[in-house]
Structures are given as structure tokens and as C-alpha cells.
Write a protein that binds this ligand. Structure first.
Ligand SMILES: Nc1ncnc2c1ncn2[C@@H]1O[C@H](COP(=O)(O)OP(=O)(O)OP(=O)(O)O)[C@@H](O)[C@H]1O
Ligand SMILES: [Mg+2]
Length: 473
């Protein structure tokens, strides 16, 4: 849901756009020319601007620059007709979010709007270390000593242009810290873009970052400006850099060293001024040994490294985090203020949180969704895994069981004990799961974390069809 300003001199474009996208839940303001659009943007803040690049009156590029001056963080999508893409490409070099050809396809436009609104949200939501609960935006919670160390480091480096490398398990807050650094940097009024190497296929990742020239490959009908160029003057967050292919690592190393690169299929060297923040939850040292990460890039990144502690190493922060998320989701879910019972809090404090803060946040959100009344009870706390105590019990039980099997194997002078035991464990696990989900294979697949064909194979291998039909009848 966003507030979108659309500027076009074609009345029918404005009206059809308004019709389609207000239905999507967006608030649409339409302006018939650049001057009118500019005065709208001056009076009011928008999450996104969509504008035709060729209108009567002031030139498209001129209008573009003036919109940028009014709100440098508002993403701008350019609409352009065939034959005028040169100007659109130029606008992208100046930081436009993207361009579309007119007449636009609704589905494509929808997708692009979602992407732009997400980027806008990230850029415009300030992340603070403020303890003041009234503070706007998001906050980083935690007063434990490892967190204090982190605040100190960030304080030292945020305002300089130094590259910061964020490490830590999944869900420890790397992206949040990256955004906090941006919020506190001298580039806070310039763009901030996120590129996630794990989420983009290799070939696309390269053109996303560096762009390409017309004819660089079969589909390259026009020059394309990459994110590095688009984000000139701003900050790029290279998330999951451990998943970046080595060939692209080489190019990133060069960007770090002399701020330059070439577009794919081009030989003109492009120079950019971007600050890089990088993050990974992978063990890069291992990846280096496996030849999957460049050692020289590793040293280059490792200048200022911020290691985010897993939540289990800063359990002191749990009560404060709980309160923060309770507040957040009470508001979001429009709940009456719900409090945590002491017993429920005790459970949260004991748990080891393999999924870190993200897992805690999800557990609280779920608890609020299902709680009746305004106090969260222990029974509302649904943890993914068994509590450590229960787990220990299970391990002990399994140990006993296996010890028994080994004894039997010794007595019978078995020569295939490994295979026998693994098969027995597998058979029992699948049998028990099928029993407990009443033969529901979809549920069994989910709990076990195996694919449906694998489950079918196992059922046949161990002759468990009977169990399913018994449970189903
Ligand atoms: N200290 C914190 N205070 C408040 N919220 C936090 C804190 N740390 C993390 N969060 C929240 O937890 C969630 C996960 O954090 P984030 O996405 O930054 O993790 P991450 O380290 O990038 O994980 P991954 O490696 O899986 O990408 C987010 O919703 C974030 O806002
Ligand atoms: Mg992340």
C-alpha cells in the first residue's frame, strides 16, 4: 500500500492508472503536467513517482532533477514511448528507479510498483538506536554488552565512507544494522539499495549490478543501467555476499579498489561513488578453502567487521525485545494491549533461539494472533523445536536405544550393523510420523523436511502402505 504520484499529459493514461491501482489499495494522485506534479510533490510526501519523460512544458530530464531535489529518496519510475528510451536511460543514470515502455502491461507495472515501494520503505524508514519509544521508524533493541560494543563501532564508522562487513547467524539483525548505518551516515539523503546475491540468479545478478550495453547478449536490445550506477552517491547493501559467484566477486573487488567497472559488453570504464555495506551468515573462511570465495576480497571486506552475537549469547536483552515486538504487533494487529505472563516470559528466556531475533519476533507475533484475552500464556508460546530440557531427554533415550542395538549386534556378530541401525531408525521415524499425522502425507512431508517422492519411496521400501490405509479408513 503506497501513496503514488503519477504525472502524464495523456488523460486516459491517468484515468486508467488511477482505476487499476486504487483497486490495489494504493492512494493515487494524478497530475496532467510536470508543473502541476512538482507542486503536488512540494505540498505532500509520496512513496513513489511515476512520470512520463516527454510532456509539453519543461523537459523530462529537467522535471526529473527537480523532483529529485524535492525528495531525493522517492523512487521514480519513468514512462516512455518507443524511440525516446535514450532519455529514460539517461534518467536511470541520474538515479531513476526503472523505466517502462508505453503502453505498459498492467502486470509488469504492478510488479515494478511493489519493488519500488519496498525500496522506498527501506530508504525512508529510519532505523535508530533510540530508546525513546515514541521514536518513529524502527529501533535496534539491546543493551547487553555485545550490543553496546556494536553501537560503539557503528558510531565510529557510520559517518565515514568506509566499507562495513556484517557477520552473524541468520536472524541476528544484519540487515537492520546495515540500515541503521545508512540512517546515520552522511549519505542518508541519498539512495540506499539492497542486492541479495542469494536471491538473484548468477547471470541476472551481474547485469543488475553492472548493467549492459546494447547487443551485449541476445536479449540486450537497449543499454541497461546497473544498480551501481543508479546508486551513484548513495549506499549499496550487498547482502549474502558469501553466495556471490567468484566471477562477480572479482568485479566487486575492483569497485572497492578503484570505484570502477565496465557494463557487460562495454569497454568504457565507468566510475562511481558508492559506499558498500556487505553481510553474510556463511563461514567465509571455509568458502575460501573450498575456492568459493576470493581471499583478496575477504581481506578487503574485513577492514571494519561487525559481528552480531546470536540471541542465546545475549539473553539479557530478551525481555526488552519481547516488549518491543509486543508493542509493534499490538499496533499492527490492532489488538488490545496484551501483556506477557511471567511464565511465558520465562519460557522465552530459557529457549536457545536458533533462528535468533527473527524467530523471537515470529513467536511473539503468532502468540498474539492466537491469544484470547489480553495476557499471553505459556500455551500461546509455540516454539519450533523442543525446549533444550526435552531435547536432552530425547537424546538420552535415543542413546539407550542405540546402545541396546549395538549390544545385540555384538552378540549376533553382525557385520552390517550400521546399515541395519540406520534403516531401523528411518523406518521407525517414518512409521511414527505417519501414525501421528493420521496418515496425512502432506503433513508428514512438512514435518520431516523431505520431498514427497522421497516419502513415497520410503513408504514402499519399508512396506508402510498398510499404515496409511489403516489411518485413513
Ligand atoms: N536488535 C534488534 N532489535 C529489534 N529488532 C531486531 C533486532 N535484530 C533483529 N531484529 C529484527 O529481526 C528480524 C531479522 O533481522 P535481519 O533481517 O536484520 O536479520 P539478518 O541477520 O539479516 O538475517 P539473515 O542472515 O537471515 O538475512 C527483522 O525483522 C529485524 O527487524
Ligand atoms: Mg538478512
Amino acid at each position: 500500500m503506497g501513496k503514488i504520484l503519477i504525472v502524464d499529459d495523456e488523460k486516459n493514461v491517468l484515468s486508467s492508472f488511477k482505476k487499476v491501482f486504487s483497486q490495489e489499495g494504493h492512494t493515487i494522485v494524478a497530475a496532467g503536467n510536470a508543473e502541476e506534479g512538482l507542486s503536488c510533490a512540494q505540498k505532500d510526501a509520496f512513496d513513489l513517482l511515476i512520470m512520463d519523460i516527454r510532456m509539453p512544458g519543461i523537459s523530462g530530464l529537467e522535471a526529473f532533477s527537480r523532483f529529485k531535489e524535492i525528495d531525493s529518496k522517492m523512487p521514480i519510475i519513468i514512462m516512455t514511448a518507443y524511440g525516446t528510451t535514450e532519455t529514460a536511460i539517461e534518467a536511470m543514470q541520474k538515479g531513476a528507479f526503472d523505466y517502462v515502455l508505453k503502453p505498459f502491461e498492467v502486470l509488469k507495472m504492478k510488479e515494478l510498483i511493489e519493488k519500488a515501494l519496498a525500496a522506498s520503505r527501506i530508504m525512508k524508514t529510519e532505523v535508530s538506536f533510540d530508546t525513546n519509544e515514541q521514536a518513529d521508524g524502527e529501533r535496534i533493541i539491546g543493551f547487553s554488552s555485545p550490543m553496546q560494543e556494536i553501537y560503539k563501532t557503528i558510531g565510529q564508522v557510520a559517518s565515514s565512507d568506509v566499507t562495513v562487513f556484517l557477520r552473524g547467524e541468520s536472524g541476528t539483525g544484519k540487515e537492520l544494522i546495515a540500515r541503521a548505518i545508512y540512517s546515520h551516515s552522511n549519505r542518508k539523503n541519498k539512495p540506499f539499495l539492497v542486492i541479495n546475491s542469494a536471491a538473484i540468479p548468477e547471470t541476472l545478478l551481474e547485469s543488475e549490478l553492472f548493467g549492459y550495453e546494447k547487443g551485449a547478449f541476445t536479449d540486450a536490445r537497449e543499454r541497461r543501467i546497473g544498480k551501481l550506477e543508479q546508486c551513484n552517491g548513495g549506499t549499496i547493501f550487498l547482502d549474502e555476499i558469501g553466495d556471490m559467484p567468484v566471477s562477480i566477486q572479482t568485479k566487486i573487488l575492483r569497485v572497492l579498489e578503484d570505484k570502477s567497472f565496465e557494463r557487460l559488453g562495454g569497454n568504457k570504464t565507468i566510475t562511481v561513488d558508492v559506499r558498500l555495506i556487505t553481510a553474510t551468515n556463511k563461514n567465509l573462511e571455509t568458502l575460501i578453502k573450498e575456492g568459493k570465495f576470493r581471499e583478496d576480497l575477504y581481506y578487503r571486506l574485513n577492514v571494519v567487521t561487525v559481528k552480531l552475537p546470536p540471541l542465546r549469547e545475549r539473553k539479557d536483552d530478551i525481555p526488552q525485545l519481547v516488549e518491543y515486538f509486543l508493542n509493534k504487533y499490538n499496533k499492527e494487529l490492532k489488538k488490545e494491549f496484551a501483556k506477557m505472563s511471567p511464565e511465558a516470559l520465562a519460557i522465552l528466556e530459557q529457549y536457545d533461539w536458533p533462528g535468533n531475533v527473527r524467530e523471537l519476533e515470529n513467536v511473539i507475533k503468532k502468540a498474539l494472533l492466537f491469544a484470547k484475552g489480553n495476557v499471553l500464556l505459556s500455551e500461546n508460546i509455540l516454539l519450533q523445536e523442543k525446549t533444550p530440557e526435552k531435547q536432552k531427554g530425547q537424546v538420552a533415550h535415543l542413546q539407550e536405544l542405540l546402545a541396546g542395538l549395538v549390544k545385540k549386534g555384538l552378540a549376533s556378530r553382525s557385520s552390517g550393523l550400521y546399515k541395519d541401525v540406520i534403516e531401523e531408525v528411518e523406518r521407525t521415524l517414518i512409521l511414527e510420523t505417519l501414525k501421528q499425522v493420521n496418515g496425512n502425507q502432506s503433513e508428514a512431508v512438512k514435518i520431516l523436511g523431505i520431498s514427497r517422492p522421497t516419502l513415497k519411496d520410503k513408504i514402499d521400501k519399508f512396506g508402510l502402505r498398510k499404515v496409511i490405509s489403516l489411518q485413513e479408513s
